[in-house]
Design a protein. Structure first.
Length: 225
């Protein structure tokens, strides 16, 4: 069994650093989406299902694998499950793109904002940092937002397409949803979920509360259930 870790928008695999030591020993495969975009090098518009297909083919993902995705990573993971049947655990994530709390969703507008430099401007990143309400995760949030100007613009737009481009309807649901109700980045799921304290970044700031339900799923997988 492999644990395949997929990070969220403008994050990297380090988002899982505090959680991974709490999980049982397993073969870990952390995925960096920007590295994957560079390797894949798609032409034209993409969506999460197409990216999921690329990852499935490249890493030979099967129903024997377990996917753990945070935020956008959980959206990618559920699309991989649609293709493979792999067990999927979503952390602060969604199966309905309307749950994403983002000021602009139109991809044409997002591309224009990138082209004129607004998305990666110091002014806009400072504005978002000023608005962030959660003290516990503010240092992490500020670091992630401060890193936006360093992301290759084409990769940032590929992340935005992964988030917002339409995909065919899902026919599967995650095996576990973990969510904090105060999360102001992804709204609370309409479906049942395991509630944790904190905010969008509970996996980093309070990893013990996130590890507990994950370990239950992993135990079931090891027992063949």
């Amino acid at each position: 069994m492999r644990l395949i870790l997929i990070h969220g928008y403008v994050e990297d695999a380090g988002i899982f650093d505090n959680l991974v030591p709490l999980l049982l020993p397993a073969s870990l495969l952390p995925i960096d989406v920007n590295d994957e975009y560079a390797r894949w090098n798609p032409t034209g518009r993409i969506n999460a299902r197409q990216f999921a297909q690329y990852l499935t083919d490249y890493y030979d993902i099967t129903a024997d694998d377990v996917l753990i995705g945070h935020s956008m990573g959980g959206w990618i993971a559920i699309n991989i499950k649609e293709l493979t049947g792999a067990k999927t655990i979503q952390l602060a994530s969604f199966t309905d793109q309307k749950k994403i709390n983002f000021p602009v969703r139109n991809l044409t507008a997002l591309k224009l904002m990138l082209r004129i430099g607004l998305t990666q401007s110091v002014w806009l990143t400072n504005y978002f940092k000023k608005l962030y309400p959660f003290a516990e995760s503010k240092e992490l949030y500020d670091r992630l937002v401060s890193g936006i100007p360093a992301i290759k613009p084409t990769h940032l737009f590929l992340q935005q397409q992964t988030l917002f481009a339409p995909v065919p309807p899902l026919t599967v649901q995650p095996d576990l949803r973990i969510h904090a109700r105060p999360d102001n980045i992804v709204f609370t799921p309409s479906e049942p979920f395991h509630e944790v304290p904190g905010d969008h970044f509970t996996l980093y700031c309070q990893p013990e509360t996130v590890a507990e339900p994950i370990l239950s799923v992993l135990a079931q997988v090891r027992l063949g259930n």
